[in-house]
Structure formats: C-alpha cells, structure tokens
Design a protein around this ligand. Structure first.
Ligand code: ATP
Ligand code: MG
Length: 449
C-alpha cells in the first residue's frame, strides 16, 4: 500500500446520509411532535432489531415485491452462516416480535416504532439507501374504526407539523378471493394490450399484475386507467368495511379521494390501503403509506389476527417542513462559562454543575486545539455558541466570591453586565431567563420549568 493510500479519506456509504447538528433541532421537533401525537392516541413504542433473518422478509413481503427482488441488504453472518438482512421496513419485525412475545394475549395492541430502514435503491431526492420511518401497527383490531383512526392520527400530525399540502388517497384491495377474480380479468385485459406494456409491466404480467396499475409510465396511463377496477369485484363484507372507513372520515372532516388504482408494494395488504401524497417533492411524493394486513400474522404462523398500520418517510416529511420556510429553534445554550486561571477553572466546574442543577444548559469553556485560551478567544467562543449569557470567572471574581454575568443578546436590556455573588448566580440567571421569556416568547431559551 502506498503512503498515499494510507491517508486517503474514507467517505460514507453512498445513499446513506449523515444527519448533521444543524439539522438536529428539526429532527427533534419532528420526532417529539410525532411521539406526542402517537401517545395521545394510546400507541406504545416497540423497538425491534435492525437485523432480522432474511426469511422473515422473503415470507412477509412476498417473493415478487420490489423490495425482496432487488432492494434488500442481505448477507451471511461469517461467524455462523446465518442468512441475515438489514430491515427494509418494520412491519415484519414488529409482527414477529408480537408473536414471539405473545403481546396480544390480553387484547389488541396499538404499537409504534421509529428508526432507520435499508433499501438498495438508486439514490436520488427523497430516496436513500438508509432512510428513516416512523410507523404505527394496530394489531388485533377487526373493524373499519381502527383504519379510520390511523388516518385521523396522520391528519392531526400534519396539522401539528404545519403541513397543509398533503392529501389522502384511499382504496380497498379486497381479500384474496376478490383479488383473484379481478386478477384473471386484469391479466386478460393486459394481454389484449400487450403492445403497450413496458418491460417492467411485461415482467409483472403473471407474477404481480396488480402492481402494473401503479405504473408511473405515461405511455401506459390511458390503458391502465381503463383496466378492470378491483373496486368492482369487492364482495359484500369488503364493501361494507370500505364504506365504514369512508363514513368515519367524512364525519371527521378528513378529505380524501378514492383512487381505484392505488395498490401497495407489499403482498400482505388487504382491504383498506392509503397513501398520503404531496406535489411538492417531485416524483417522490408519497410521504406515508399504509393499510390493513389481516393475512400477515397467520402467514407467520400465528393465530389469524387482523391488523392495520402505516409507515411514514421521515426525510420526505422533513423536506416538506423545511419548504414551509419556518425557522426552527437551534441548539443554543443558556450560558457559556469563561474562566481565567487555575482557581477560576475549578470554581467554574462547580458553578456549571449548579447551573445545570437549576435546569440551565451550560457550556463550560474547555481547552481546544485550534484556539487560544485567552479571555478574548474565550469570549469569541461564547459568542459563537449562541449562549444568551456569558459568565466570567477571573482572578478578581474568585477573590471576591462573585461572577460577572454578561448579556450576549442585549437588544432590549439596558445593563448588559452584572456582578453577582457566586452563590446567587443560578437564581439570578433563572430570573433573567424567565423574565426574558415572558418578555419575548419568540425567543427559544432552554430553561426547563
Ligand atoms: P415508493 O413507491 O416511493 O418506492 P414504497 O411503496 O417503497 O415507496 P413504503 O415501503 O410504503 O414505500 O414506505 C413508506 C414510506 O417510506 C414511503 O411512502 C416513503 O415516504 C418512505 N420511503 C420508502 N422508501 C424510501 C427511500 N428509499 N428513501 C426515503 N424514503 C423512503
Ligand atoms: Mg419503494
């Protein structure tokens, strides 16, 4: 290996993003809002491993889905030969865990999860190889009520996030028998129009013809629009279920359109399917998808158990939030502690802990490689930290048992420097910050009451 090679920088994996500190406040706001909304509907969090046996996805998602065919990160564990896969989605893992721990023994469960998913796709805007989903799974519920509740929960979330450009598309894909009857007619129809089918559609014609309806190819649009509609093949029970969902949504003032061509990527869905879509993200406009998956739990060897859920794409929703132009509070601290001399440094540690005891966010100046430790450069650091206050402990302060408290953002405050007894600094700062907070609610200070 040449000298050169050794020092070459290693870069991250293509399509897998670093989420940098500048974006952290946005992620936090998003995650906190979602958690609060989920909790307000009685959902409980479940955390499953990122790695699962490959067979779980092959069986759960269906062998002929996009994910299983070409998007999975699968590998052999060289230690023991196990076939493993980085989870491409979480429903299969959650259902596995529910069965493994018999979570529904005492009744149905409302669950949610969050975390990274992995799909080997071509990276582009809104499509990454590691991306994040937050999802909910309601397991053991039979009626259209839970389908509607999940949808309403999403609507509340968009409202709370200030997103008003997301619309709901709804469909029912019936049960297996209904789909089979439809499928026979659909394949016959596509065969009559074989000359219009693109390569993808040709391939799916006999493996997964329903997915052809989902095509984005403009050349096929008209032909696909006129194809036999699954909705016309629904039996009494599926129809009643679907009408039940729509009824609750209408009553709850949730606007939607029935899109008879809407199907979902995974094999396990039945009856209700839905997508939340926006026109603001180019061709990656689906921010959340979900539906009912009554057959899945039995497919995994459990007792027949109905279920319904959704998964939202975090990156796509964050892009929408950024596009609103709203400013998100940054990670600024309340105070930056500047000190000079050995005695002051030791005092600074004591003071910083006291301020944190009082609920304040405090950055203590520490020696760094690329800056001096003189007063001036410490004050520069204090400024750059975005702190509301600098607290200065020099030799004089230590000798007199005081600290100097300096306002860093002093537009409206007359005196911008005060000498405060060492023991009173915490009280003083809390008073100042609460006062400033009442004075100006737009400023995000991190005092925790
Ligand atoms: P698409 O049709 O865009 O490929 P999908 O049907 O594969 O979506 P789901 O498996 O239903 O998507 O996942 C739910 C949500 O997760 C999507 O609506 C989307 O917001 C997000 N998502 C899916 N794949 C990716 C990805 N590769 N990168 C970023 N977000 C994604
Ligand atoms: Mg996909």
């Amino acid at each position: 290996m040449s000298e050169n090679k050794k020092t070459e920088k290693i870069v991250g994996v293509k399509g897998m993003n670093d989420i940098l500190p500048a974006d952290a406040p946005l992620w936090e706001l998003f995650e906190n809002t979602v958690h609060t909304v989920l909790k307000s509907y009685g959902f409980q969090q479940i955390r499953t491993p990122i790695v699962e046996p490959t067979a779980l996805f092959a069986r759960g998602l269906g062998e002929v889905t996009d994910i299983v065919e070409k998007e999975m990160y699968s590998f052999t564990d060289s230690m023991n030969g196990d076939q493993l896969t980085l989870r491409p989605e979480s429903t299969a893992g959650v259902v596995r865990a529910v069965l493994e721990h018999n979570l529904t023994y005492d009744g149905p469960k409302r669950l949610w999860y969050a975390g990274p998913m992995f799909r080997h796709e071509r990276p582009q805007r809104g499509r990454y190889r590691q991306f994040h989903q937050i999802g909910a799974e309601a397991i053991g519920f039979t009626g259209p009520d839970i389908d509607a509740e999940l949808i309403m929960l999403c609507q509340r979330l968009w409202d709370d996030l200030g997103l008003d450009n997301i619309r709901l598309e709804l469909n029912s894909i019936g049960d297996a028998a209904e789909r089979n009857r439809h499928r026979a007619d659909l394949v016959a129809y596509f065969e009559q129009h074989k000359e219009l089918l693109d390569a993808d559609a040709q391939r799916r014609l006999h493996s997964n013809p329903l997915r052809i309806l989902d095509t984005k190819n403009p050349v096929m649009q008209q032909m696909v629009n006129a194809a036999p509609k699954l909705l016309d093949y629904l039996g009494e029970e599926s129809r009643t279920h679907f009408e039940g969902v729509q009824n609750i949504l209408r009553h709850g003032n949730i606007p939607f359109t029935v899109n008879p061509r809407l199907v979902r990527g995974m094999d396990y869905y039945n009856r209700t399917v839905f997508e939340w879509v926006t026109d603001q993200l180019g061709s990656q406009g689906t921010v959340c998808g979900g539906g009912r998956y009554d057959p899945l739990i039995e497919m995994f060897g459990g007792k027949p158990t109905p279920a319904c859920g959704f998964a939202m794409g975090v990156e796509r929703l964050l892009e929408l939030m950024k596009a609103t132009g709203e400013q998100f509070a940054s990670n600024q601290c309340d105070a930056y502690l500047v000190h000079q001399g050995e005695a002051a440094q030791l005092q600074a540690f004591v003071l910083a802990e006291r301020l944190r005891d009082a609920g304040l966010d405090v950055v203590l100046h520490c020696a760094s490689a690329n800056a001096g430790s003189g007063f001036k450069s410490q004050m520069k650091r204090a400024d750059a930290s975005g702190a509301a206050y600098a607290i200065i402990l020099g030799e004089d302060e230590v000798a007199n048992g005081v600290a100097t408290v300096k306002t860093m953002r002093s537009a409206e405050i007359e005196t911008n420097q005060a000498t405060v007894a060492f023991d009173k600094v915490a009280d003083y700062l809390v008073d100042q910050i609460v006062g400033a907070d009442e004075h100006d609610h737009s400023e995000h200070l991190h005092y925790h009451h």
